[in-house]
Design a protein around this ligand. Structure first.
Ligand SMILES: NC(=O)c1ccc[n+]([C@@H]2O[C@H](COP(=O)([O-])OP(=O)(O)OC[C@H]3O[C@@H](n4cnc5c(N)ncnc54)[C@H](O)[C@@H]3O)[C@@H](O)[C@H]2O)c1
Length: 295
């Protein structure tokens, strides 16, 4: 079986940083690439802080932390992105992803495996634009990547079975639970969870109750996080985009129509934790801090 030694994660945003952290912890030589140097610096600090916390909590030995640090490198130069496995976690835009894969194919060997962390773009649609769709699959991590165990491995029509086997091994080494599914709008989790967000937004839009109450009620019956806290965590732009793509790809059924209220939030750049304001407000310097409820 194809041996993975080096992993390159593209995109150092909400998802890429966590995935790169897990990759380095799992023993892979890890390259984290982003176009934006400021985002790279922020991501580097955040990964450092996570490792520091793990050491302070005695979950990781100081020597392990050093080994993790030695295994990871950060770059804004695409020429550094040579690896056995590419995990793409850049913006949710088909053309941007395709362009990146095409650039990476030119500088990588013919057995490099290409994966995308897309939440909603069809794996087959991306694959159609690639010279070698057999080495391409979806590798869908959940937010926050270091904490959430599940990874959906999405097999496109042309994905080689061996590629999925290799990815299962990588997930296992990262301590993740992988499930394999075929390409279809929203895959499994984002398809089933759509109604959780959409019905909650509908209740709010129609003035039937407020968002804090909806969160409280859903948490009280066993959901770990209410829909509005969850949308703020995911990024309202990302969540809205997923809704739009799933709705369009399924032929625009009325029951899955995206929310106008959510679109307004995106237009106002109230995107959730990452901008300091979504449905709730956050201390910008510590986006994991407690919720400060909006007036
Ligand atoms: N946010 C979530 O909860 C979540 C969960 C699962 C999957 N995803 C998916 O993961 C991907 C990334 O989402 P995110 O929330 O981390 O986005 P984000 O906006 O936080 O980060 C995207 C990063 O990609 C960088 N970027 C943009 N174009 C680039 C390019 N050509 N090359 C290198 N870097 C580039 C940006 O500078 C930015 O840092 C998306 O496909 C999204 O659908 C997101």
């Amino acid at each position: 079986m194809h041996q993975i030694k080096t992993i390159c994660v593209c995109g150092a945003g909400t998802m890429g940083g966590g995935i790169a952290q897990m990759s380095a912890q799992a023993g892979y030589k890890t390259i984290l690439f982003d176009l934006n140097d400021a985002i790279i610096d922020k991501c580097k600090n955040s990964i450092e802080q996570s490792w520091e916390t793990l050491v302070l909590k005695n979950k990781v030995a100081a020597s392990d932390k050093q080994a993790f640090q030695q295994r990871i490198s950060f770059t804004s130069n695409i020429q550094d992105c040579r690896a056995d496995l590419i995990i793409e976690a850049i913006i949710e835009k088909l053309s941007a992803k395709v362009e990146l894969f095409q650039q990476l194919a030119e500088i990588n060997p013919i057995n490099t495996i290409f994966t995308t962390n897309t939440s909603s773009i069809s794996i087959n649609k991306i694959a159609q634009k690639l010279d070698d769709p057999f080495r391409f699959a979806g590798m869908h991590f959940f937010n926050p990547a270091p904490v959430m165990k599940l990874v959906e491995l999405i097999s496109g029509e042309q994905t080689n079975e061996m590629v999925i086997k290799v990815l299962m091994e990588v997930c296992k080494k990262m301590g993740k639970t992988a499930v394999v599914c075929k390409d279809s709008p929203g895959f499994i989790v984002n398809r089933v969870a759509r109604q959780y967000y959409l019905e909650s937004l509908f209740l709010l839009e129609n003035g039937l109750t407020d968002f804090e109450t909806i969160d409280q009620v859903m948490e009280s019956i066993g959901f770990k996080m209410g829909p509005f806290k969850l949308m703020d965590l995911i990024g309202i732009d990302i969540n809205y985009n997923v809704s739009k793509i799933v709705w369009e790809d399924l032929g625009k059924p009325k029951r899955l129509m995206p929310s106008a209220l959510q679109e307004q939030k995106v237009l106002k750049a109230e995107l959730g934790r990452k901008t300091g304001k979504g449905f709730y407000e956050y201390e910008v310097e510590n986006q994991n801090s407690k919720f400060k409820i909006q007036n």
